[in-house]
Design a protein around this ligand. Structure first.
Ligand code: FAD
Length: 495
């Protein structure tokens, strides 16, 4: 199984107990399923992520055993939620679904025992323990314990269904899940476990006398790409929190055009429309340097001139990368985070810059009411928000973030009537996200997730009414227009 993740994806930092520590998910299941993790946020992996068609994170891909030819793997059961337990259950379902030729030879049987099978276990003495987990048909406990113990010697684990009432009664099993144990000396009985959880059953069975890991058992550690262990060094750049940096905005454009969107082989349908809208908006509103705006204009004109309803992304990349540099029209080809730098390499960066990019676009739309004249957005106060919504829905790699944003948009975006309201809507929603994520693993201690702007940045934005904090939204709007306005942007660190 391969998991494609993204080191910047905030939602995946919460997921880190799963991503970073695959250990507990499939601890000891290695002969049946091996896990590899691929970081698609790393530009070096863009091509391979594209080959495998990975566009959102996390993506789980399953590959049957003995697969020789290239395959993109299987998105088994579509999107898996990020709970460790759900991932384990999906793995089990997948293993059970495999045809014999793709089932790993080491994969144990999950087939429930019949009454006859159980009785025959009592007849002949075995040189090992046999544990039978009685459970309901929908329970995963038995199959998980079977996999947990598959690399242990002196024990075999099987499962039986609680629908076999007669056998349960005969053995004195009164509830499910329960574990019935047959000792090597043929004595047998129910294990007395108060808390009938998979982990409790497994650790009890592993602690039985003589039960130990088989010599040469596979390591429980997941397959890792070499760079996974490396903690990238961060060279800190001094910056002013009250400023917006061109380097962050241009790095956002570089990343989304050359990494995030580049995972697509072609753009068509809703994706192509969203991309065209986004480029139109950028060309008209991006508060960047002339050589970047000219590139956006060229890209927009090229897209409009293309009569195709399907565009290979390589053609877009070709235009962004090569055609223009000679004439002094170009976009930086690497990220240079300044106001978005993290104290560790996997913190902040791209999602931070995307927020900043969209805040600055809403502010530009409010500051230049005629900027979108003669485009299909003319007179549309919702143009920037709608385009942002489309981009996040169609392209933003962090699926969980996209779902949350879509829910917020659905709830109230339509109530926005003016460009100023659009600026404030996005500010409010961003603060809601900050509030929700405060204290989350994605929080950089150097940049805590607080409601923003802080009093140090804008004291007039904060008031108290009857002893309670209140935003002065008029002042907030003035502040946002200044902070994200074109005049205030710093060129420091922009190459
Ligand atoms: P960010 O929140 O990225 O903010 C970047 C900068 O914007 C701040 O440094 C500050 O200068 C400014 N800023 C802060 N608040 C505001 C505001 N209210 N108005 C204007 N400017 C402000 N991560 C998750 O884990 N779960 C999610 O559901 C999720 N949803 C997201 C949805 C979207 C649309 C985006 C773009 C990102 C989302 N993320 C989510 C990522 C997360 O919001 C942060 O971007 C990421 O964790 C990096 O945080 P940061 O500390 O750099 O600050």
């Amino acid at each position: 199984m391969a998991v494609s993740s993204s080191s910047w994806c905030g939602a995946l930092h919460q997921y880190a107990p799963t991503c970073g520590a695959w250990h507990p998910i499939v601890h000891d299941w290695n002969p049946a399923i091996r896990i590899g993790v691929l970081n698609c946020a790393d530009e070096q992996n863009t091509a391979i992520c594209r080959d495998y068609g990975v566009q959102f994170y996390p993506t789980f891909r399953f590959f049957g055993a003995n697969t020789k030819d290239f395959t993109q793997g299987e998105n088994y059961k579509g999107e898996t939620d990020r709970e460790v337990q759900s991932v384990r259950h999906v793995i089990i379902d997948y293993l059970e679904s495999l045809p014999a030729e793709h089932r790993p030879t080491a994969c144990p049987s999950f087939q429930p025992l019949s009454s006859g099978d159980i009785t025959s276990l009592f007849i002949r003495k075995k040189p090992h323990y046999t544990a039978i987990i009685f459970e309901s048909e929908t329970s995963y406990v038995g199959r998980e314990v079977i996999l947990d113990l598959m690399q242990f010697e002196h024990i075999v684990v099987r499962r039986a269904l609680d629908s076999n009432k007669a056998m349960m009664e005969k053995l004195g099993v009164v509830s499910a899940p329960s574990c019935y144990l047959i000792h090597p000396n043929a004595s047998r009985g129910l294990i007395n476990i108060v808390n009938p959880l998979r982990s409790v059953f497994s650790s009890h069975l592993k602690s039985l006398p003589g039960v130990r890991k088989k010599a040469g058992a596979h390591s429980a550690l997941p397959e890792k790409l070499p760079e996974e262990d490396k903690e990238e060094e961060v060279t800190w750049k001094d910056y002013d929190k009250s400023k917006l940096y061109t380097a962050d905005l241009e790095s956002a454009l570089h990343y989304l055009l050359r990494v995030e969107l580049a995972t697509h082989q072609t753009l068509e349908g809703e994706k192509l429309k969203t991309f065209k809208d986004f480029v139109t908006l950028l060309y008209k509103l991006f508060p960047g340097r002339p050589h970047v705006v000219k590139l956006l204009e060229t890209l927009q004109e090229w897209l409009v001139s293309m009569p195709l309803d399907k565009i290979p992304y390589d053609a877009i990349l070709d235009l962004v990368n090569n055609k223009m540099r000679i004439s002094g029209i170009y976009l930086t080809n690497h990220v240079e985070w300044v106001g978005c730098q993290g104290s560790r390499a996997q913190l902040r960066g791209y999602p931070c810059s995307l927020w900043k990019l969209f805040h600055s676009l809403t502010v530009q739309a409010a500051a230049q009411p005629n900027a979108l004249a003669n485009t299909e957005f003319e007179g549309d106060a919702l143009a920037t928000l709608k385009t942002m919504r489309g981009y996040i829905r169609e392209f933003f790699g962090c699926r969980e973030c996209a779902q949350h944003f879509e829910a917020m948009a659905k709830e109230s975006m339509d109530s926005v009537k003016t460009a100023d309201e659009a600026v404030l809507w996005l500010w409010r929603k961003h603060n809601l996200v900050n509030k929700r994520l405060a204290g989350a693993p994605s929080e950089d201690p150097e940049s805590p997730k607080v409601e923003w702007p802080t009093p140090e940045l804008c004291s007039a934005c904060h008031e108290e009414i009857n002893g309670l904090h209140n935003w002065n939204e008029k002042e907030v709007l003035v502040f946002l227009k200044r902070h994200y306005g074109a005049q205030e942007i710093s060129l420091k660190y922009a190459d």
